[in-house]
Design a protein around this ligand. Structure first.
Ligand code: FES
Length: 166
């Protein structure tokens, strides 16, 4: 059985401190019906994402097959198997934004930061997501960074704005 110390060695994000919290989450929920999703949510809140080794650890302790956990993590978009960046960029791909050029913005960002949609930069500065209508079509094309909505974007403006997010 994987120990918390094994995980700390396998993944530097899973420190002893983090694993203590993970253990507490598992203990608090173990045996409760439907406990898997709350455990995964709380673990993701603590760790920031759900790496495979952590899924295996949870699988052994909740006695739920790793394949089931993997299926749940990959099914729900709010779970992530890759670490999130310090800043999450959401580029709207809804119709209003799309026709006004978000595709070009997205292309420019992927080139500039060397990442694809759903990925995080090596330095963990940015994660990039393409999302559905953000409900701000009057500002199309829209890019949201963390909690900040930026409207009337173009590729150049988007890069200038991202300079403020270190
Ligand atoms: S389509 Fe982009 S905000 Fe609605």
């Amino acid at each position: 059985m994987l120990t918390a110390a094994d995980l700390s060695m396998l993944n530097s994000d899973l420190t002893a401190e983090v694993m203590e919290q993970v253990d507490r989450i598992i203990e608090d929920n173990k045996g409760k019906p439907g406990c898997l999703i709350p455990v995964l949510e709380d673990c993701q809140r603590v760790v920031g994402y759900l790496p495979v080794e952590l899924q295996d650890y949870i699988s052994e302790r909740l006695d739920i097959p790793a394949s089931t956990i993997y299926g749940v993590v990959t099914f729900y978009s709010f779970f992530s198997m890759v670490p999130k960046g310090r800043h999450v960029i959401k580029v709207c791909m809804g119709t209003a934004c799309y026709v006004r050029g978000t595709k070009e913005i997205l292309k420019r960002l992927t080139e500039e930061f060397g990442l694809e949609v759903g990925q995080t930069t090596q330095d963990r500065r940015f994660s990039l997501e393409a999302v559905r209508c953000l409900g701000a079509c009057g500002l199309a094309p829209v890019m949201v960074v963390d909690e900040d909505t930026h409207g009337w974007m173009n590729p150049k403006k988007a890069l200038e704005i991202l300079e403020q997010y270190k």
